[in-house]
Design a protein around this ligand. Structure first.
Ligand code: PLP
Length: 439
């Protein structure tokens, strides 16, 4: 067997460049993290070679004695990581990622065209929670189920639970989904439980973004109120790319969630599980019980608060006026700016974050905000002091963007990008100076 560099120097070269990019830039994308070497070792192992359709002890292929041991260990560790009693809760660790995990839940508990309510994407929700526009059913969830998103109260930046309650009473969804991709506050699970009970709906939480924070008990615990909890494994949890579905063992609304969800995963929507991912996940879940992990998650939150405070000191408007978790959402519209232009300039200066819709936006491609997350740089050892500096560096990038926007002729995003990437861009030295200090 030969090493990658000998077999395929081209791919090796690309991986090396990406590694170098990850190393030198400020990674502030709220859904990203740096997983551990131990997790990557498991993910890059011979576990990838094995087929094991089915569940431990009930496989469709031979040779699965060690895979059974691995998946059982992973399930046990998943329940332990979230302090769940195995008599009350079960888990499926095979979902290939977050979106498939969510769709598996929908097909498990709903019939085609049943009604669902999730947080609207432009208000912080995820595509897989039923996103659609007036013109198009964008997500598969909205194609196969009838979606009526709930939204934020635009003045407070918080979920409008009163409106959710009113709409749910009329729309009578069969499933209500808590959870978001860009929401800096906790969900009010007791309130959502009440609404779900009043209309006879299942309550699911997609804790993809905050599962690490939930495991370390630094945010509210969705398991106390929800019937089903889904998650990705690669965000604040710091595992490999994958997904998990937790379900109540007792029937809910007459449905045996355990068999419905396990059957939806396989054979419903997936074939063979990715055993190398399950191996990496087991490693990550062992780490999730350590005091180190708890300290890390506490720092993710305190670092994010430090970032939020500094940004507000600098005059920025944050959606909901702050944060309780690992991310902040900055509303750039009061500056006459948008997230797309700021993302571009910051990218040129090796600051990686993403443009993001803020409630009330007209365009998803040129939205009014940026989302900034603390998990990845906390993994790299940043503390509150460094996150104050991060806010200052972002502010410099925003000021450069403002200046650049005033210099460019034409109002289209493409004109702006062409201008700032041209050799004649007059603020090039400023961007390079920022980049030098970032790196
Ligand atoms: N759910 C939430 C809340 C997310 O933020 C995301 C991704 O960012 C997903 C699900 C989907 O995860 P994946 O990209 O792994 O399909």
């Amino acid at each position: 067997d030969y090493e990658l560099v000998e077999v395929d120097p081209e791919v090796r070269g690309i991986i090396d460049k990406e590694k170098e990019r990850q190393f030198r830039s400020l990674e502030l994308i709220a859904s990203e993290n740096f997983t551990s070497r131990a997790v990557m070792e498991a993910v890059g192992s011979c576990l990838t070679n094995k087929y094991s359709e089915g569940l431990p002890g009930k496989r469709y292929y031979g040779g699965n004695e060690y895979i059974d041991e691995l998946e059982t260990l992973c399930q046990e560790r998943a329940l332990a990581a979230f302090n769940l009693d195995g008599k009350q809760w079960g888990v499926n660790v095979q979902p290939l990622s977050g979106s498939p995990a969510n769709f598996e839940v929908y097909t498990a508990v709903l019939n085609p065209h049943d009604r669902i309510m999730g947080l609207d994407l432009p208000h912080g929700g995820h595509l897989s929670h039923g996103f659609m526009t007036p013109k198009r059913r964008v997500s598969g969830t909205s194609i196969y189920f009838e979606s009526m998103p709930y939204r934020l109260d635009e003045s407070s930046g918080l979920v409008d639970y009163d409106m959710l309650e009113k709409t749910a009473t009329l729309f009578r969804p069969k499933l209500i989904i808590a959870g978001a991709s860009a929401y800096p506050r906790d969900f009010d699970y007791p309130r959502m439980r009440k609404i779900a009970d009043a209309v006879g709906a299942f309550l699911m939480m997609d804790m993809a973004h905050i599962s690490g924070l939930v495991a370390a008990s630094v945010v509210a615990n969705p398991f106390e109120y929800c019937d089903i909890v889904t998650t990705t494994t690669h965000k604040s949890l710091r595992g490999p790319r994958g997904g998990m579905i937790f379900f109540k063992k007792d029937p809910v609304l007459g449905v045996d969630l355990e068999s419905a969800i396990n059957n939806a995963v396989f054979p419903g929507l997936q074939g063979g599980p990715h055993n190398h991912t399950i191996g990496g996940l087991a490693v990550c879940l062992k780490y999730a019980k350590s005091t180190d992990f708890k300290a890390y998650q506490n720092k993710v939150v305190s670092n994010c608060r430090a970032l939020a405070s500094r940004l507000m000191e600098l005059g920025y408007k944050l959606v909901s006026g702050g944060t309780d978790n690992h991310l902040v959402l900055v509303d750039l519209r009061p500056l006459g700016l948008d997230g797309a232009r700021v993302e571009k300039i910051l990218d040129m200066a090796s600051i990686t974050l993403n443009k993001n819709s803020v409630a009330g936006d007209k365009s998803a491609l040129v939205p009014g905000g940026i989302r900034i997350g603390s998990p990845a740089m906390t993994t790299r050892g940043f503390s509150e002091k460094e996150f104050v500096t991060v806010a200052d560096l972002i502010n410099e990038g925003v000021q450069i963007t403002l200046e650049a926007k005033n210099l460019v002729s034409g109002s289209k995003l493409q004109d702006f990008i062409k201008f700032v990437t041209s050799p004649e861009f007059p603020l090039k030295d400023k961007v390079l100076d920022l980049q030098r200090r970032v790196e």
